[in-house]
Design a binder for this molecule. Structure first.
Ligand SMILES: Nc1ncnc2c1ncn2[C@@H]1O[C@H](COP(=O)(O)OP(=O)(O)OP(=O)(O)O)[C@@H](O)[C@H]1O
Length: 445
């Protein structure tokens, strides 16, 4: 039969074999059964060959499993105990942290009150004086510098909150102003103004040099604010954001020193009596290194020129502003205020300076704006109903800090005793400053 796999067909078709009773071919099931049987037999024979070794191994394994189970149970109990202890410690830590935070907040509140009362001086404009080194020692008789008083030409005496003599370095100057600067972290506007004749050291005090020892008030203030906010106030829930802007007033125009000296317009904000500088760039400050970059950038744009009195004289008024935005993470209390560090251009007599052309125009603008500043201060001193803030860009920008109740303001008058006439004029102006009362500053929100 074609296609059949029946083995009986082989003989019929010419094969050599005659198979009378052919063995039936086993099916695949039969093969599997056989294999299993063989495997069982082999196992049995092996068991019969090594009965002791396998039963020992089983007993040993059972013991090991029992021990592991006990260890597992013990570890589980230990873990529960440690977890319970950890939870209790965590609750205790939380309670202690809260108590510590509360104490810190109460202490901070008290310190703020004492500190602000101390630096408030009943709202008067504070005045400190920094005296440059004498080049001509004979002049020392004209201007005698004591601890808080200056005696001039053996006639007039002037009294100040603080006098920095020629031996006092940058660190000492900052040490005296930092208490006032701290108020900005408590929500007050603060303004520090360097005033004085050309070459008397205003830029040296405010900006200083790119050297740790000679760094001025601007870089030191930023470092102080960053460190104090992180080390003292973050622990009690305050979060701060600092940004900076830097502008100059040159020939009655305002320029952005952080934005390629872009010209900016001013807009008066009637409701808050403040002045907005339209489009002024604000740069976030996260570390002291950001400041150094900013200062160098601004230096490259600031208007300076060589004059008869100073080879690197600032021909503009520069205002560096640090804007502070603070929020308390628990109470939601907010504070929005600013620190203003002002480096005025130096006063100089046109006749003595010999200025001509461009220098003459600059000097005329500088002297006019400084004269408006003096008139505003005098008007405040006399409680006048009209203060001529609008008469110069400088006073428009500073009106918030020269106006009543909105800022803690300090002047650092600079003296160059080698210039007797200018020293006398500066000392006379400081007398007026000292008798000007701006009223107690208010916290800004
Ligand atoms: N206390 C000081 N110690 C060392 N150097 C000083 C001191 N004060 C000023 N100088 C140096 O005197 C020079 C003139 O100072 P600075 O430019 O600060 O004067 P200024 O008052 O800003 O002048 P201007 O109004 O013309 O810009 C600079 O070279 C400065 O480094």
């Amino acid at each position: 039969m074609q296609g059949s796999d029946d083995l009986s067909d082989i003989g019929k078709f010419g094969g050599n074999f005659e198979i009378e009773n052919p063995v039936p071919r086993p099916s695949s099931n039969d093969v599997d059964l056989l294999n299993n049987k063989l495997h069982a037999m082999s196992l049995k024979s092996r068991m019969t060959l090594h009965p002791g070794a396998d039963s020992m191994r089983i007993i040993q394994l059972e013991n090991e499993v029992r021990q592991l189970r006990e260890q597992h149970l013990n570890l589980k109990n230990d873990y529960s105990m440690v977890e319970e202890k950890f939870r209790k410690q965590e609750v205790l830590l939380h309670k202690l942290t809260e108590r510590y935070r509360k104490e810190l907040m109460e202490r901070d509140e008290e310190l703020r009150k004492v500190h602000n009362e101390m630096v408030d001086l009943k709202g008067q404009i504070r005045v400190a004086v920094r005296v440059r080194k004498y080049e001509d020692e004979k002049n020392e008789d004209i201007c005698v510098v004591g601890e808080n008083d200056i005696k001039f030409d053996n006639k007039a005496e002037y009294h100040f909150e603080h006098i920095f003599n020629a031996r006092n370095d940058q660190e000492m100057v900052f040490g005296q102003v930092k208490e006032l600067i701290l108020s900005v972290l408590h929500g007050y506007n603060v303004c520090l103004i360097a005033y004085g004749p050309t070459g008397s050291g205003k830029t040296f005090t405010m900006r200083g040099e790119n050297n740790e020892n000679l760094a001025g008030v601007i870089p030191r203030s930023i470092q102080f604010l960053l460190e104090h906010s992180e080390q003292q106030l973050a622990a009690i829930g305050w979060k701060f954001n600092f940004s900076a802007s830097y502008l100059e007033v040159y020939n009655e125009e305002v320029f952005d020193l952080l934005d390629q000296r872009k010209k900016c317009d001013l807009k008066l904000n009637g409701s808050t009596s403040s002045t907005n500088v339209i489009g002024l760039k604000k740069v976030q400050i996260k570390s002291i290194f950001d400041t150094e970059t900013l200062m160098n950038l601004a230096d490259s744009y600031r208007s300076t020129a060589s004059t008869g009195c100073n080879s690197q004289s600032s021909r503009s008024h520069a205002i560096f502003q640090i804007h502070v935005d603070a929020i308390h993470s628990k109470t939601g209390q907010i504070a929005k205020c600013s620190l203003n560090l002002v480096d005025l251009a130096g006063s100089e007599r046109v006749k003595e300076s010999g200025a001509q052309g461009e220098r003459f125009a600059e000097l005329t603008n500088i002297n006019q704006s400084l004269s408006t500043l003096k008139r505003c201060i005098r008007a405040q001193m006399n409680n006048s109903s009209h203060i001529p803030f609008r008469e110069s860009k400088l006073t428009l920008l500073l009106r918030t800090y020269l106006g009543k109740g909105s800022s803690k303001t300090m002047f650092i008058a600079h003296l160059n005793p080698n210039d007797v006439a200018e020293t006398k004029r500066t000392l006379e102006f400081t007398k007026e400053l000292r008798s000007t009362n701006l009223g107690r500053a208010q916290v800004q929100k």
